[in-house]
Write a protein that binds this ligand. Structure first.
Ligand SMILES: Cc1cc2nc3c(=O)[nH]c(=O)nc-3n(C[C@H](O)[C@H](O)[C@H](O)COP(=O)(O)OP(=O)(O)OC[C@H]3O[C@@H](n4cnc5c(N)ncnc54)[C@H](O)[C@@H]3O)c2cc1C
Ligand SMILES: Cc1cc2nc3c(=O)[nH]c(=O)nc-3n(C[C@H](O)[C@H](O)[C@H](O)COP(=O)(O)O)c2cc1C
Length: 762
């Protein structure tokens, strides 16, 4: 085969060498526009796992690279005058220049023809390309080849707002080091690591406003170095900064699809980039090279090989890009986290990409984790106003208590409200007793009863639970009394009005589908049906309708109080009546209930206030919101922050941050913990307690969310359908002695010994 690689970076050279070694009969040429020694940049970093992958793919390349690696296990975070170190991370650094030299030498030794100082400007300009069976575009983030293929390869370039500059220094940093330093211009972040004897990479990053305030938008390379040397004089210990095309840039996250067309294939940065804070660009380029070699070896035709390469690599790359996206956002939003204490700030930083969990850190650095758990436990003691008595175990974060007004929850796991569609004119029965009762026995700190409707016409379906007749309160009281009598769990109820999503079939018969018969008139903020042409068109609410709805909510709150619920949640999410006022997609009113967010929140807040008036002072109230609508023109996280601010001003105790379900044509971006970032943002920007919900299913994630301060409570729905004893299982896995109900006490002998540190031992 005749193969031409455009670009002699890590991806192109490594692929060329691998392919030549796979079959020396291939004719392989690398065309590189720079000279052999023209490497820009300083060091690259590899995780131990990456090096293991290189060792498996090509032991010769591994040996060539490994000789030059500087290995370290520690990550050091310098913040607010404290230095916090966490160990067990296993990384290596090496000079980018050396890496390319090793790969060049190995490729040449294997018989690859490397042409320097030749720039490829068109696919057919070089006759060598004309005769190539395969063209590998390894020409980096600004790939010329990708641009030449623009009719066939769709590329998106997301230019991130932060500014960064890649510098070097002679200071040998012993750990992967982060500095967070504030001056008059703003907060500066440094990512520094050693890549050779007396040589370290020193990347400085900041927000655009900080960069401009410091005059860096007008700075030359030398001005930048002089300014940063002065700013980081203490951190550099008298060492100098080294420049090498060190210009301020914005990181481009590049995504391309597909990665191949005819006989041309993209690898490395030409196909995708991942923010430098996950240190994976070179690794991804080299992993692409291995996958491409494997596919070419395993397949008979170029087309099937290139398709197989993309099929294998794309999910891995996209997963890493998701992690990189979460990571870069953490660095874009670092200002948000500067209220955190150093130990929690460090934990938040280490778990930023959502890939490393509380449990991973236990394996890597149990002492660091013990400090984190101790911190979370002490904060919880302070928050619930319980003094440490000593001699107590330090619980994992999810088993710390939490106070809302006079309600103290025994732990941070919440059973999410889930409609059961099994009530009779609003009256619930045995199913609800067993459903909620068993989940309370299962160990959750709070079980939330389903969306419970404030009037007959407020129901989603004819089978929805209600709190609009006295007998409803009596039926609920039976459940509430059971939970209180037999378990340590608290129980809350979610009050709602279906609005334009009313009079529909049960979830399992037709999600949001209108009833074939027996429906009722609907009301909403505006006369917009849920499914155009299929759903009932709701009536635009008049002020008289609003008075009725406010009164219905207040009456339902009184019935909830009579039933003995511990917490009252108002449902302002998922496109139901109150949500229909909040979202601009469903509220097109021109009166004082439409238009600005303040206007759109007017009725929801009136409802909240009316309920707060009748709901006992000592009991908390929450509100569930949809932080985004996942649809153009709809709610966005910025607006959700403002919604939370208004709720806080009305004495709402905690926001339950959900998303979507507002419009039928929503385009949600699902994934693990996909809604948690919204809870995190509101918690820090509004200074308000939050519940995170949505695809939280492991105790590792719950511990991580709580310990990092991303939310105060974690709400799990489907995980609790699968396992009513979810919290008990988590306790068992963690070795935490969650008390069993008396009749089940014999289980205690099977609970593993609790292995956490006793505070009384100190
Ligand atoms: C600030 C910063 C820090 C980084 N830190 C790390 C890190 O710590 N670890 C890590 O793994 N990665 C890091 N990266 C990313 C890493 O540098 C890239 O992801 C990696 O180099 C990608 O390899 P590549 O072979 O795909 O592209 P490149 O290394 O960019 O190589 C492309 C090559 O193609 C050549 N070329 C381009 N166009 C043409 C043309 N038309 N004709 C001929 N030749 C051409 C270029 O001269 C270049 O040599 C960092 C990136 C930045 C910006
Ligand atoms: C069967 C079922 C019924 C639901 N009913 C409600 C409800 O009554 N009120 C509500 O706010 N959300 C309801 N939801 C949404 C969940 O509370 C939760 O927000 C969603 O399932 C995401 O969480 P998960 O990923 O843990 O399942 C329901 C979800 C399911 C699966």
């Amino acid at each position: 085969m005749r193969i031409v690689c455009v670009g002699g970076g890590a991806g192109g050279l490594y692929f060329a060498g691998l392919m030549k070694k796979a079959d020396p009969r291939h004719h392989i040429r690398v065309i590189e526009r720079n000279r052999p020694d023209d490497t820009f940049g300083f060091g690259v970093v590899f995780s131990d796992a990456t090096m293991a992958g290189i060792a498996e793919a090509d032991s010769e390349a591994y040996r060539g690279i490994a000789r030059h690696l500087v290995h370290w296990d520690d990550i050091e975070v310098n913040y607010r005058g404290e230095r916090i170190t966490s160990t067990g991370h296993g990384f290596s650094g090496m000079s980018r220049h050396t890496l390319l030299r090793v790969l060049q030498e190995q490729a040449c030794a294997a018989g690859v023809d490397v042409l320097f100082e030749r720039e490829v400007e068109s696919l057919d300009a070089l006759d060598v390309l004309d005769r190539a069976d395969l063209v590998v575009a390894a020409d980096g983030a600004n790939s010329t080849v990708r641009q030449l293929l623009r009719d066939r390869v769709k590329t998106t370039i997301d230019l991130r707002p932060n500014r960064f500059v890649w510098l070097g220094t002679t200071k040998p940093f012993p750990a992967f080091t982060f500095h967070f330093k504030r001056n008059d211009h703003g907060l500066w972040r440094v990512h520094a690591y050693q890549y050779g004897p007396g040589r370290s990479t020193f990347i400085v990053e900041c927000r655009e406003e900080t960069w401009r305030a410091a005059g860096m938008d007008r700075a030359t390379e030398q001005d930048t170095a002089t300014f940063l040397e002065r700013l980081f004089a203490d951190e550099l210990d008298g060492h100098r900064l080294i420049t090498n095309r060190s210009i301020w840039r914005q990181f481009p996250t590049i995504r391309a699809e597909p990665w191949w067309s005819d006989n041309v294939v993209l690898v490395g940065d030409a196909a995708h980039t991942a923010h430098f804070s996950v240190g994976s660009g070179t690794r991804m380029a080299m992993e692409d090279a291995v996958a491409l070699r494997d596919a070419l070896v395993d397949h008979d035709t170029i087309a099937s090989a290139l398709a197989a390469y993309e099929t294998r690599r794309r999910p891995q790359v996209e997963s890493l890009q998701r992690a990189a996206q979460a990571s870069l956002q953490w660095f874009e939003d670092t200002e948000r986290y500067t209220t955190l204490e150093p130990i929690q700030f460090t934990f938040s930083l280490l778990t930023r990409s959502l890939r490393i969990t509380h449990e991973d850190l236990r394996a890597r650095d149990p002492q660091f984790l013990a400090r984190v758990d101790e911190f979370v436990a002490r904060e919880a003691e302070r928050q619930v106003m319980k003094l440490a008595t000593g001699g107590e175990v330090v619980p994992p974060p999810m088993f710390t208590p939490f106070r809302l007004r006079d309600l103290v929850l025994p732990n941070r796991v919440i059973v999410s409200p889930m409609c059961q569609y099994l009530a009779d004119d609003g009256t619930i029965g045995d199913w609800h007793l067993v459903h909620l009762g068993s989940r309370a026995m299962g160990g959750a700190g709070l079980v939330m009863a389903e969306m419970t409707d404030v009037s007959r016409d407020a129901r989603i379906s004819p089978w929805c639970a209600g709190l609009y007749k006295p007998e409803h309160a009596a039926a609920w009281k039976r459940v509430v009394d059971f939970v209180h009598r037999e378990t340590p769990a608290a129980i809350g109820v979610q009050l709602g009005h279906a609005g334009r999503k009313g009079a529909t079939q049960r979830l399992w018969e037709g999600d949001n589908e209108p009833l074939a018969e027996g429906g009722w008139p609907l009301i909403s903020a505006s006369p917009i049906p849920y499914f155009p042409g299929r759903s009932t068109v709701p009536r635009e609410m008049t002020r008289a309708d609003m008075d009725c709805v406010v009164a219905d909510f207040a009456r339902a709150a009184e019935l909830a109080r009579d039933a003995g619920f511990d917490l009252l949640e108002i449902h302002m999410a998922h496109g139901y009546l109150l949500a229909s006022f909040i979202s601009p997609l469903t509220n097109t009113r021109t009166d004082e209930y439409g238009g600005s967010l303040e206007n759109r929140m007017r009725l929801p807040l009136e409802v909240f206030d009316a309920c707060r008036t009748v709901w006992p002072d000592e009991k908390p109230m929450s509100v569930r919101i949809s932080a985004v609508d996942w649809a153009p023109g709809g709610m966005e996280p910025d607006a959700a922050v403002e919604v939370a601010r208004l709720l806080k001003a009305h004495d709402c105790d905690i926001v339950d941050v959900s998303a979507g379900q507002t419009v039928a044509d929503q385009q949600p971006v699902y994934g693990r913990l996909f809604q948690t970032p919204f809870a995190d943002r509101i918690r820090h920007e509004v200074g308000m307690k939050t519940m995170a919900v949505g695809n939280i299913s492991s105790y590792m994630d719950v511990n991580t969310i709580i310990a990092a301060g991303r939310a105060d409570l974690c709400v799990l729905a489907r995980a609790h359908l699968f396992d009513p004893y979810w919290t008990r299982h988590a306790a068992w896995m963690l070795g935490y002695p969650l008390p069993w109900p008396d009749p089940y006490k014999s289980m205690e002998r099977y609970t593993p010994r609790f292995e956490f540190r006793f505070t009384g031992d100190k």
